[in-house]
Design a binder for this molecule. Structure first.
Ligand SMILES: C[S@@+](CC[C@H](N)C(=O)[O-])C[C@H]1O[C@@H](n2cnc3c(N)ncnc32)[C@H](O)[C@@H]1O
Length: 280
């Protein structure tokens, strides 16, 4: 990667490190021993919501650059949010994922959708060998993945190396305001955006410094949860600052009950799709 000769550079590195410190790490949740299995199930269910709305809409945008002959590498598949809709329109998807729970959900979702053109590499993307991800892919993509990565330049560089066509990053923009409100209520301090999912702009700045021309589009999608799922969703954030025990769970529950008569919680979201042609 060649950094362009720009007189002034944006210092994104410090912001990246600081923001990752707040976002990463396992939340402390003690009200349910099975919390993490349930949140993995919630995630898989959310993925499939409205017939894979998030993945379908991402795929419709990516359809501009892929076709039925294409082979795709996806890093961090999760339960198949993007993998399932994408694999319906391309020849083959190779997905890298290191969580056993997510791989099991992905396999179940592939089976349910009758898809046989997805190969799973069960490992950390940083340990994938040259043979596994050499530059044979028409598209290398990651979705809702950037925050998982300490070294974002290394990720983008690895993606470019593995691609002979395009690279793409998909990332949700903004979080439902209820997350901030409940954080302020529980923690007694101001929400300053600690849990916002956006990270695409870091990739944009880096790629522009490398001289890449980046395309960008966004789409809207909806997530719906029942009360227990919504509590788990909140606990996943609150638990990074405060142990979510039975008493805290009750406070979250009481707060949420006031916000919905139907017991359903609907979140309208946006996500951005960015794609570019790598340079070797
Ligand atoms: C937030 S989820 C997103 C999943 C899916 N791509 C989506 O759009 O919903 C991130 C996924 O990346 C996986 N992951 C995180 N770090 C990873 C790594 N170093 N190697 C492989 N997979 C990783 C996690 O296990 C998780 O399933």
């Amino acid at each position: 990667m060649n950094i362009r000769n720009l007189k002034h550079h944006i210092n994104w590195r410090d912001a990246w490190q600081e923001m990752r410190k707040e976002r990463m790490g396992k939340p402390k949740v003690s009200y349910d021993n099975n919390f993490f299995n349930k949140t993995a199930e919630d995630f898989s269910k959310r993925t499939k919501m409205n017939d894979y709305e998030y993945g379908r809409k991402s795929t419709a945008i990516l359809n501009e650059i892929v076709n039925g002959d294409c082979e795709i590498l996806e890093i961090g598949t999760g339960p198949g949010t993007l993998t399932i809709p994408l694999s319906k329109i391309v020849k083959r998807v190779v997905g890298i994922e290191f969580s056993g729970k997510q791989i099991n959900n992905l396999k179940a979702n592939l089976k349910e959708a009758n898809l046989t053109n997805v190969e799973i590499i069960d490992k950390n993307w940083e340990e994938a060998t040259h043979d596994e991800i050499r530059d044979v892919f028409d598209l290398v993509v990651c979705s809702h993945f950037l925050w998982q990565v300490e070294d974002i330049e290394k990720l983008l560089h690895t993606m470019e190396k593995a691609s002979k066509g395009f690279c793409a990053v998909i990332q949700p923009c903004g979080r439902d305001e209820v997350v901030g409100k409940i954080f302020e209520k529980m923690g007694n301090h101001k929400y300053t955006g600690q849990f916002e999912p956006d990270a695409d702009y870091f990739a944009y700045v880096i790629l522009r410094e490398w001289g890449r021309l980046v395309n960008s589009r966004y789409f809207r999608y909806t997530i719906e949860r029942d009360l227990e799922e919504q509590i788990r969703y909140m606990a996943g954030f609150i638990g990074r600052f405060l142990e979510v025990n039975t008493a805290v769970k009750k406070k979250i529950r009481d707060y949420l009950l006031k916000r919905s008569d139907s017991g359903r919680y609907i979140e309208d979201n946006n996500a951005v799709v960015m794609w570019w042609k790598p340079q070797k």
